[in-house]
Design a protein around this ligand. Structure first.
Ligand code: IDP
Ligand code: MG
Length: 146
């Protein structure tokens, strides 16, 4: 099965807790099994500069220093996923931000929990709109032209 016209894209980040808990394969498998294509993927360490750009809407929030601590605690896996309605679909697969409230059956609901940390640890980031996806893909995959 392939998309019949120009597909959408989403930027996902498998956060340090997903990597350290060795859940990256399990999470990516759910996205692939849904029917989407991973068209670029890399493991890296996020810099504070990348995070400030990526989380521009949160930089002034009280929990932001905790987010930086969380997101720089270890390597992450960044990927671009492709297919029609992929933004809405992956957001649905991810579940709510707070893993305690995320529905069973979702990535965060099934695999995440509250660890008592300043930043909510919830395994995966996914862009929240096509516009955010384009902006975020440019941060993490500047070499990629879609
Ligand atoms: P999202 O990841 O579900 O899109 P956002 O509101 O965009 O959620 O927040 C970005 C990230 O910042 C979250 O995934 C989580 O790691 C962290 N975060 C968001 N809100 C809070 C909060 O109220 N306390 C602590 N950490 C938070
Ligand atoms: Mg968000």
């Amino acid at each position: 099965m392939t998309d019949v016209s120009a597909p959408d894209h989403i930027l996902i980040l498998l956060k340090p807790d997903a990597v350290s808990r060795r859940l990256t394969g399990k999470i990516l498998a759910r996205i692939e099994a849904k029917g989407y294509d991973i068209i670029a993927i890399k493991r890296l360490r996020a810099t504070e500069e990348q995070l400030a750009e990526h989380y521009a809407e949160h930089v002034e929030k009280p929990f932001y220093p905790g987010v930086v601590e969380y997101m720089t605690a270890g390597p992450i896996v960044a990927a671009v996923v492709e297919g029609h309605s992929v933004v809405e679909s992956v957001r649905t697969l991810m579940g709510a931000t707070d893993p305690t409230k995320a529905a069973p059956g979702t990535i965060r609901g099934d695999l995440g929990r509250d660890w008592g940390t300043t930043a909510i640890e919830n395994l995966i980031h996914g862009s929240d709109s096509n516009e955010s996806a384009a902006r975020e893909i440019a941060i993490w995959f500047p070499e990629l032209s879609l």
